[in-house]
Design a protein around this ligand. Structure first.
Ligand code: UDP
Length: 507
């Protein structure tokens, strides 16, 4: 489909959880249209994407088909430490400064688009930019093209995030519960589901001052992509379309093909997904992890990970360890030093109950994996029975795509709404706690783990629902001759629409 001499430029937000879905979307568009693709970003992130593409396909020429372009990033105007190009380890003030600094990409992006126009005789057919980059709408216009926003989140979480920023203050009464424009009356949100910066936001603080205009400008885009599927979020997609009045194309889950074909009973062989996703070194050799899983019973292992950047507090770490040990369930825990310590620093046994590591090793109850594990490989393994997750959207769709129910422990961004959606709309999760300041005790952890991993009752019910959703979500990306899944059809619809727009403009 499409016209091979068209060009699309993509600009992701500078964080791992955004770069990877943008790269996957770029691939998907290139495969189905043959369009030229350029991904633009700051030098460090371009290097990271370059490594990811090379690690993924060492012998492939794919890297030459997607142009990676470095844009200079001027963070110093906004008080950021020099060379900061990702959000790891930054405080809230620094994070919002980091967001705001993205505006220094305006001129370099404009110059890139004008350069393409000069060389190819026409501007790119559109640019696809992160939903946080509302400023890109005007840049696209002045370069003679149009902006399409990409929310790397799901429909429910995206709508919650948009509506929260556009409807400050959230609480109109003294109650801790509130409803949100765009959602049905039955959806009640709670003040504890708001991250600190959102709880304080009143329109005059730095977060509101950046986010409100960016989000509302972003809604002036030509349309929006969402990394979800029609089948799994039919309600939320409709609410999002109604609220934003935009075409919203569900084009997910943006996952490697090998994980979309499986029957959810065995891991795709020979794929080192950790390379594809990060280039980060796993804490234990991936083969050893898979061998360890091979020796466990089906559905018997709890996988624990809080995403690419998060960690928990030392008292929470202690409670988690106590609960895990008491549950006697097998587990793999991707573990990082707790809050207050250097995330990449040395690991110290005093953050855990005395002798914990030795005991679980001796009785082979669990694996502690430092920093990074091959998550999709673990989730797709038949021995994995549940996922204790911070509910970052990539983790959510990875878990759902493999039919694995979730124990939610949301921390930031739109994670609390993802968790709420998994619990209330899908019935595939229970929430253990929220944030890094909550107090939890080992007994609560034990109870929730036992309930979710139970092969009867609520645990079994959740498992069955998760497996059904897994089949649906994988089906949305199926390509079998004429038979194309709903997300591929969503992408086809976008391509038709954008080509028509080009035609109309040239008449
Ligand atoms: N991830 C991984 N191994 C880890 C931790 C994270 O492969 O040990 C990957 C995970 O598979 C997912 C991404 O990192 O693709 C995390 O994205 P998510 O949106 O879940 O959370 P974020 O890191 O953006 O908070």
């Amino acid at each position: 489909m499409g016209s091979e001499n068209e060009h699309i430029v993509l600009l992701p937000f500078m964080a791992h959880g955004h770069l990877i879905p943008f790269l996957a979307l770029a691939r998907q568009i290139h495969q189905s249209t043959g369009f030229k693709i350029t991904i633009a970003n700051t030098p460090l992130n371009i290097q990271y994407l370059h490594n990811t593409i090379s690690c993924n396909n060492p012998n492939s020429s794919e890297k030459f088909k997607i142009n990676l372009v470095e844009l200079p990033f001027c963070s110093s105007d906004h008080g950021l430490p020099p060379n900061t190009e990702n959000t790891e380890n930054l405080s809230f003030d620094l994070i919002i400064n980091f967001f705001a600094s993205s505006q220094s990409l305006k001129t370099p992006l404009y110059n890139l688009l004008m350069g393409i126009k000069e060389k190819e005789g026409k501007p790119p057919i559109c640019i696809i930019t992160d939903i946080f980059f509302g400023w890109a709408v005007d840049v696209a216009k002045s370069a003679g093209t149009t902006n399409v926003a990409f929310s790397t989140g799901g429909a429910y979480g995206t709508l919650a995030y948009i509506s929260l920023w556009l409807n400050l203050p959230h609480r109109k009464t003294n109650s801790d519960e509130f409803t949100l424009p765009g959602f049905p009356e039955r959806c009640h949100f709670h003040i504890t589901q708001l991250h600190n910066y959102l709880r304080m936001a009143d329109g005059t603080d730095d977060w509101s001052k950046f986010m409100q205009p960016q989000i509302s400008q972003s809604l002036e885009s030509y349309g929006m992509f969402c990394n979800t599927a029609e089948e799994i979020e039919p309600g939320a997609l409709q609410w999002l379309r109604n609220y934003t009045k935009l075409p919203v194309w569900a084009i997910g889950p943006l996952l490697p093909q090998s994980y979309l074909k499986k029957s959810s009973s065995s891991a795709p062989s020979g794929s080192s997904i950790y390379n594809q996703h990060s280039g980060k070194k796993p804490g234990v050799n991936p083969e050893e992890i898979i061998e360890w899983l091979d020796l466990r019973d089906p559905g018997s292992v709890l996988y624990i990970s809080f995403g690419s950047q998060n960690t928990i507090s030392s008292s929470q770490m202690m409670a988690l360890a106590i609960g895990l040990e008491a549950s006697a369930k097998s587990f793999i825990w991707v573990i990082r030093p707790p809050i207050g310590f250097d995330l990449r620093g040395e690991f110290r046994s005093e953050w855990l109950p005395e002798g914990f590591e030795e005991r679980i090793k001796e009785i082979k109850q669990g694996l502690l994996v430092r920093n990074w594990a091959p998550q999709l490989e673990i989730l797709s393994h038949k021995s994995t029975g549940a996922f204790l997750s911070h509910c970052g959207w990539n983790s959510v769709i990875e878990s759902l795509s493999q039919g694995v129910p979730v124990i939610g422990w949301p921390m930031a961004a739109e994670q609390a709404y993802n968790s709420k959606m998994l619990v209330e709309e899908m019935g595939v999760a229970v929430e253990l706690t929220r944030g890094v300041q909550s107090t939890i005790v080992g007994q609560e952890v034990k109870n929730v783990i036992e309930m979710v991993m139970d092969k009867a009752g609520k645990g079994q019910e959740m498992k069955e629902k998760a497996e059904k959703i897994g089949r649906q979500i994988r089906g949305s990306m199926i390509e079998d001759g004429e038979d194309r899944g709903s997300s591929l059809k969503g992408l086809d619809d976008f391509v038709r629409s954008i080509l028509l727009r080009r035609q109309d403009q040239s008449v």
